[in-house]
Write a protein of this length. Structure first.
Length: 395
């Protein structure tokens, strides 16, 4: 039989032991367990977050500039948001003599960019290929865009005026000083572009003003030489751009066709395309620069076609032409001593064109000029008139 007093003393001893153990373990946790957690938190707090891309920069909480594409600054470096997939990056050692011209007529500037770069524009949160057409207020130049690469190379131009997209209209601004007074940015450097004052701000952003438009340029990962090449090529006088001075025949070249035998003069700034054989095509530099092959979007092109025709007169031959083009005006003219028909009209795309038809020795010659930009009908028509004035048969 168990002694009740001894049993009671045993229970008390066990309870005291357990209580002492709990107190001991609690003190140990407070002294050592908590200190381990505290050291871990301190270590995390003192750990420097590594940033190698726009996504990592944004995730780390660094300031993001709402440009397009967006940019994030961290540790003295700027990271640009990648908005399209990329196939390759290109060599950055480019010089000004290996460049393509871009003329934005609506927003009044001329700029050149490396031949192996592309022209892009924003579209619903993505970047898509485009050409230097007048309706784009914001474009940028870059090689194929690089997914996830933090060394994406690009140069962007954003033209801001009363018709610019919502959210970027600067009301009441009539000078660069007006812009600076309203926005109060931090000016890093004062520069000059095409004799206009320009300021460099944070995030490699440059601002200037010309003829009612604020121009915002952003460079990303360009060398000093590349940046200079872009700015040195900018010409704001292109609001009055003309194909060339058509009042003088100086600087023209002569094209001579062997069979059938004819010749015609054309501006030396235009190119000649003989790949089709028939027609012979003459294109100005803006037409040559466009990247859309299926429809003419800018510049001007003159084509000379020929083919057998049994009509007795040029009027009869023209009357037999079946096509989708619309005739606006028609009259008789004389070319190289031969009666010809001169027309103006519009093609199936609605583009204005000039036409000349000549019938000689059972062959109908059609000289057609395409002008897709309405504002340049007059200037390019002068070119056409000067060209057909020089047309002659050489046999």
């Amino acid at each position: 039989m168990i002694n009740q007093n001894k049993f009671t003393h045993l229970i008390i001893a066990i309870s005291a032991f357990v209580g002492t153990a709990v107190i001991f373990l609690g003190a140990w946790w407070l002294l050592f367990g908590r200190s381990d957690d505290a050291n871990t938190n301190t270590a995390n707090a003192n750990t420097t977050v590594t940033v190698n891309s726009f996504a990592e920069c944004e995730a780390a909480g660094y300031p993001v500039m709402e440009s397009y594409p967006r940019q994030c600054a961290a540790g003295g470096k700027t990271y640009t948001e990648v908005i399209a997939n990329v196939n390759q990056l290109v060599d950055t050692n480019r010089r000004i003599d290996d460049r393509t011209a871009c003329d934005n007529i609506k927003y009044g500037y001329h700029v050149t960019y490396p031949n192996d770069w592309n022209v892009w524009k924003p579209a619903q949160g993505e970047a898509i290929l485009t050409i230097c057409e007048e309706e784009d207020s914001m474009i940028f130049f870059a090689p194929e865009l690089s997914g996830g690469a933090n060394d994406q190379i690009e140069f962007s131009i954003d033209a801001l005026d009363s018709e610019s997209r919502e959210g970027t209209v600067f009301e009441g601004i009539n000078s660069l000083n007006d812009y600076l007074a309203i926005n109060s940015p931090q000016i890093i450097e004062e520069l000059t572009v095409d004799d206009q004052r320009m300021v460099r701000l944070e995030y490699d952003t440059y601002i200037t003003y010309y003829d009612g438009i604020i121009y915002r340029f952003i460079t990303s990962n360009l060398t000093d030489n590349e940046t200079d090449d872009f700015f040195e090529s900018i010409d704001f006088s292109s609001t009055n751009w003309q194909p060339f001075d058509s009042t003088s025949a100086n600087g023209w070249q002569t094209y001579t066709n062997q069979a059938p035998a004819f010749s015609i003069n054309y501006p030396d700034t235009w190119g000649v395309d003989l790949s089709s054989g028939n027609p012979v095509m003459f294109m100005d530099e803006r037409a040559l620069a466009q990247e859309v092959a299926t429809e003419m979007m800018q510049g001007s092109k003159v084509e000379i076609w020929w083919g057998g025709d049994s009509a007795a007169t040029v009027a009869e031959a023209v009357a037999n032409i079946n096509g989708d083009s619309t005739v606006i005006t028609q009259n008789n003219v004389t070319v190289d001593g031969i009666t010809a028909i001169r027309q103006t009209g519009a093609d199936v795309f609605g583009a204005y064109n000039n036409r000349l038809y000549i019938l000689k020795d059972g062959r109908l010659y059609s000289i057609v000029q395409y002008i897709p930009e309405d504002e340049f009908q007059g200037a390019y028509t002068e070119v056409f008139e000067d060209m057909i004035d020089t047309f002659q048969f050489t046999q």
